[in-house]
Ligand binder design. Sequence first.
Ligand code: SIN
Ligand code: MN
Length: 293
Amino acid sequence: MRLTPEQIVQFERDGYLFFPGLFSPEETRRLTDAVPDLYARREAYNVREKGSDAVRTNFAAHLYSEPFARLARHPRMVQPVEDLFGEKLYMHQFKINGKMAFEGDVWQWHQDYGTWRNDDLMPTERAMNVAIFLDDVNPFNGPLMFIPGSHRKGVVDAKHDLTTTSYPLWTVDHALIAQLVERAGGKQGGIVSPQGPAGSMILFHSCLVHASSSNLSPWNRVSVYLSLCAVSNHIRRFKRPEYIAHRVFDPIECLPDDCLLKDYPVELPWKNGMPGSALVTSLEPIDRHEVAA
Ligand code: SIN
Ligand code: MN
């Protein structure tokens, strides 16, 4: 899928693009059907909500689940980002966020690149999130909120929040959020919240400031996020386990557009379990070690 010149201008201005209903119900169902089995696993790659058994986020399913391995190579998700960066991409992070009915906790205000820079030593912001909704997203089930244009501020100050939820995040303080929202139009568009049917896709800049509220509704809000990084911009430190921040920088080769509906062969390197090496971490930059890049 190619972006039009108008979409590129819109992306540069707002920091995101929304594609309602881009994937068909049948394509989405192939993915949704695979989620309960993944969430049931007692593995480190399933991070559960604080004080609850509900899965907050499942990492790296593209390495051990066929439908998600195909999604990770889907041209509708990968090609627009390749075009924007003019370079091949690798998968920096792959997650299926639960935001389960009644249980899904907040995601505090943050920029993803803040975490990728501070934790993973990703050199620049040449990385992008592409999300697909696996459930309908409405005002009640904790939709994503964006501050349009906030990506143009570049990297803003952030603090490492280790306590608010079960998942550590570099978060932006509320005074700065208030300023950014005011600058983006205050009550007239200073916060936007793309909502739509399952199968909708959002592409958003790694410096776009975003958050989401908890889900007190009876409706799940499962979404998949591909964090795609330009190959030349690969991370320089393995401070986080490999299931969170990937260490294989091979360029993604897309499958055909119908890959969610046909069983194209895909490799599943973690099909028989995650290797022990995926849990080994280090605070040293990788160029001081011998690692395969
Ligand atoms: C994220 O910001 O990484 C996730 C936010 C959400 O799923 O609501
Ligand atoms: Mn985020």
